[in-house]
Design a protein around this ligand. Structure first.
Ligand code: ADP
Length: 304
């Protein structure tokens, strides 16, 4: 469990994180989303004590990071995969970390195996690809078998197999009852990995919801094709200012895309009025649509 209450971080006049409160629950994967500069990394740095809040608090399992006696055993962290001495081998890097916590060599070998690093474990980290570096960062995060994992862009630089591997690993760790927080700029990846999403924009929480709600929320549309499209459109719109109708890209006037009502409702209006339908397709909004809708204001602000 990670709890932020009124969490705030200023850099001079800049509010990187602005009075943010949220709870990240165990047993699920929570995704941190938001445009660049939204405050994701700063929030993560505050969680793990790499920065001090200007106001408010953030605790991990009820404790501030600085109060943890054996941090590796409580929180696994992947923030900057490049923070490893390039002259060391992967194995000696992990052993050095393990030694600070009395963690056994057997556990070092276990995480090497778990992260698929066996063949390169004795090679210098300086020669690692970005993907290998990410695997090593994840190995280090898992070393203390922590209940909480905080990973900033864990799939960055991984090939498709690696992406799938991280997704399965995170889902597995959450299913064991761990708290898993990850940030990613890859919306499609987040949609497949996260159970819950917190969207930040300009240092504030823009959304905090289960991914199913978030995707369904205002973004589901229905595609309609009919030779009487205009007539059907005016019938469904009657007395419903909340409905959003857009012509289809084809522009032949034979169809529209509607948000704010279901395919069933449109089908019933068509049947009652004897209107022929050629297509009636519910289109579930993607996380990307929902995300773009939520952050449009932030992006406009940035562009202006
Ligand atoms: P994200 O991770 O969502 O891209 P960050 O947390 O890195 O966002 O940044 C949030 C805001 O705080 C940005 O405007 C960034 O420029 C600013 N910021 C972050 N770290 C510092 C710092 N050390 N000094 C000054 N400004 C910073």
């Amino acid at each position: 469990m990670i709890e932020a209450r009124g969490l705030t971080k200023h850099y001079g006049a800049k509010k990187a994180v602005d009075n943010v409160s949220f709870t990240i629950k165990p047993g699920q994967v929570t995704g941190f989303l938001g445009p660049n500069g939204a405050g994701k990394s700063t929030s993560m740095r505050l969680m793990v004590g790499l920065d001090k809040p200007s106001a408010g608090t953030v605790t991990v399992n009820g404790e501030r990071y600085s109060g943890l006696r054996a941090p590796l055993a409580e929180i696994g962290v992947l923030l900057d995969a490049k923070g490893v001495h390039p002259g060391r081998s992967a194995r000696s890097h992990l052993r050095a970390l393990a030694a600070t916590h009395g963690i056994s060599d057997a556990r070092v070998n276990e995480v090497i195996e778990l992260t698929g690093l066996e063949s390169v474990a004795n090679k210098r980290v300086g020669g690692f690809s970005l993907g290998m570096g990410q695997r090593l960062g994840i190995a280090a995060a898992l070393l203390g078998d922590p209940k909480v994992l905080i990973l900033d862009e864990p799939v960055n630089g991984l090939d498709p197999d690696g992406v799938l591997w991280v997704r399965n690993l995170l889902r597995h760790l959450a299913s064991e009852g761990r708290t898993v927080l990850l940030s990613s700029h890859l919306m499609s990846e987040m949609a497949q990995t996260a159970d819950h999403v917190i969207v930040l924009g300009r240092g504030r929480v823009v959304a905090d919801a289960p991914i199913s709600d978030f995707v369904g929320n205002g973004t589901a549309r229905v595609t309609v094709r009919s030779p009487q499209a205009a007539e059907l459109a005016s019938l469904v719109m009657t007395g419903r200012p909340d409905i959003d109708l857009q012509p289809l890209d084809r522009g032949d006037g034979q169809g529209f895309s509607a948000a704010g009502l279901t395919a069933a409702e449109i089908g019933e209006v068509a049947a009652v009025n004897g209107i022929v339908l050629h297509e009636l397709t519910p289109v579930t909004g993607s996380l990307e649509d929902a995300y773009l809708q939520l952050t449009r204001d932030e992006l406009e602000y940035a562009a202006g």
